[in-house]
Design a protein around this ligand. Structure first.
Ligand SMILES: NC(=O)c1ccc[n+]([C@@H]2O[C@H](COP(=O)([O-])OP(=O)(O)OC[C@H]3O[C@@H](n4cnc5c(N)ncnc54)[C@H](O)[C@@H]3O)[C@@H](O)[C@H]2O)c1
Ligand SMILES: O=C(O)C[C@H](O)C(=O)O
Length: 412
């Protein structure tokens, strides 16, 4: 259905590889459009999903949910009408692969990606149980084709022609464990999978979810270097969940509309290396010292909060799938030519003396176009101290990953 008189409403976060950008652009990870004919071109905050007609019986969002969404976005209409608009390319047709697709994250992530109109093929790879997941998912009447691949012999095929590879393969934490306790198992899994990515789709965006992200991303970088295909602009540690949590917790604490809140989270993805920059929250909010301390610690420990609540049954899966789907959607929009795409992610960086660092980045067709340096300027004393305090731990995790990969070089 062609959109007529569409008002666009945007939600979410904003924001330097190559040039550093010192001005902070307005956040815009998601956009929801409504028009006089009531089509909703997005779902639940994941920008540009399947065209859903609010009046249609085929809508998976109830009419009430749609009305609630319309209400919550209404205040944004004026602001976003002043922005350049990105229009979904009807020819958009990207291939996404999930490695570890039968797992706790992989399954809901596959479902969310299946709902994107930007995706023409969804490749599901795992060492086991992926056939059933693919059969189940393939019955959803959204455009993308779902293909399953099981075991090492089918890994290469799962990666052919793929634009974005998401890697949630590996073991999750149990209560009492740190993310670094997963290193011995997950380091090898990530190394093997990234070798295959290097051989079969070296130009793809690579999203690493498997923990410890602070080490698995440097491992992936080393593997890609050894294979001669490393492009630092296309290798991402997925730290989106930290932003999702920060936005949620801040909105709850300050009684703000969830959809408006955007908190940049920098550093890494483990304990004190997760540094929410509350002073940079949009819209501008003031926090007492106690609130800053309480929110920062809650955001840093949010993964552990879920691990303990699940009591041995794993770590965050649903919120992680949501966050990973958001990052996939953002990446596809960047690939599709939207020039207003910003996300926080753990990447090779020169914003600090550390070789990898999570910050906001501007994404484009070729990956990271710029790292946003302005977030690290004008920090509060609390944030500046926390930034200095996280560096030794993050440095050690990065070096551990690099040393692991260098000790067992890949076959050329
Ligand atoms: N970056 C983040 O913010 C974040 C958030 C949550 C979880 N995680 C991490 O994501 C990882 C997965 O978590 P989960 O809850 O989905 O675990 P899970 O055990 O439910 O699923 C992992 C899946 O990986 C598969 N797998 C194992 N080895 C594989 C290999 N060599 N090739 C392909 N698939 C393989 C398993 O068969 C399983 O299906 C964990 O390391 C967890 O710590 C990261
Ligand atoms: O906490 C974990 O082990 C999983 C993940 O990194 C998270 O932040 O939820």
């Amino acid at each position: 259905m062609a959109a007529t008189s569409a008002a666009t409403f945007s939600v979410g976060s904003a924001i330097s590889f190559g040039p550093k950008v010192s001005q902070l652009p307005q956040s815009k990870p998601f956009v929801v459009r409504f028009n006089s004919l009531n089509p909703l071109t997005n779902f639940c905050g994941l920008k540009a999903s399947t065209l859903v007609n609010c009046e249609s019986e085929s809508s998976f969002l109830g009419k009430e949910s749609v009305m609630a969404l319309q209400g919550s976005f209404a205040s944004k209409a004026h602001r976003s009408s002043q922005r350049p608009q990105y229009h979904l390319n009807p020819q958009a047709s990207y291939k996404v692969a999930i490695l570890g697709a039968a797992g706790g994250i992989g399954q809901p992530l596959a479902l969310l990606i299946k709902m994107s109109p930007l995706v023409s093929a969804l490749h599901l790879y795992d060492i086991a149980n992926v056939k059933g997941v693919a059969a189940d998912l393939s019955h959803c009447n959204t455009p993308s084709q779902v293909l399953d691949f099981t075991g090492a012999s089918e890994l290469a095929d799962s990666l052919k022609g793929v634009n974005v590879v998401v890697i949630p393969a590996g073991v999750p934490r149990k209560p009492g464990m740190t993310r670094d306790d997963l290193f011995n198992i997950n380091a090898n899994i990530v190394k093997t999978l990234v070798e295959a990515v290097a051989d079969n789709c070296p130009d793809a965006f690579i999203h690493i979810i498997s923990n410890p992200v602070n080490s698995t991303v440097p491992i992936a970088a080393e593997v890609l270097k050894q294979k001669g295909v490393y492009n630092p602009k296309k290798l991402f540690g997925v730290s989106t969940l930290d932003v999702v949590r920060a936005n949620t917790f801040v909105a709850q604490k300050k009684n703000l509309k969830l959809i408006d809140v955007d908190v940049p989270v920098v550093g890494g993805h483990a304990g004190i290396t997760i540094l929410p920059l509350l002073s940079k929250t949009k819209p501008s909010v003031s926090f007492s010292d106690e609130e800053v301390q309480e929110l920062t610690v809650r955001i840093q420990n949010a993964g552990t909060e879920v691990v303990e609540a699940k009591a041995g049954a794993g770590s965050a899966t649903l919120s992680m799938a949501y966050a990973a789907a958001r990052f996939v959607e953002t990446s596809l929009r960047a690939l599709d030519g939207d020039d207003d795409v910003y996300e926080c992610t753990f990447v090779q960086s020169d914003l600090t003396e550390l070789p990898f660092f999570a910050s906001r980045v501007k994404l484009g067709r070729n990956g990271v176009e710029a790292l946003i340096s302005s977030d690290l300027q004008g920090l509060t004393e609390y944030e500046q101290k926390a930034l200095e305090a996280l560096k030794p731990e993050l440095k050690a995790s990065i070096e551990k990953g690099i040393a692991f990969a260098q000790k067992q070089p890949v076959a050329a």
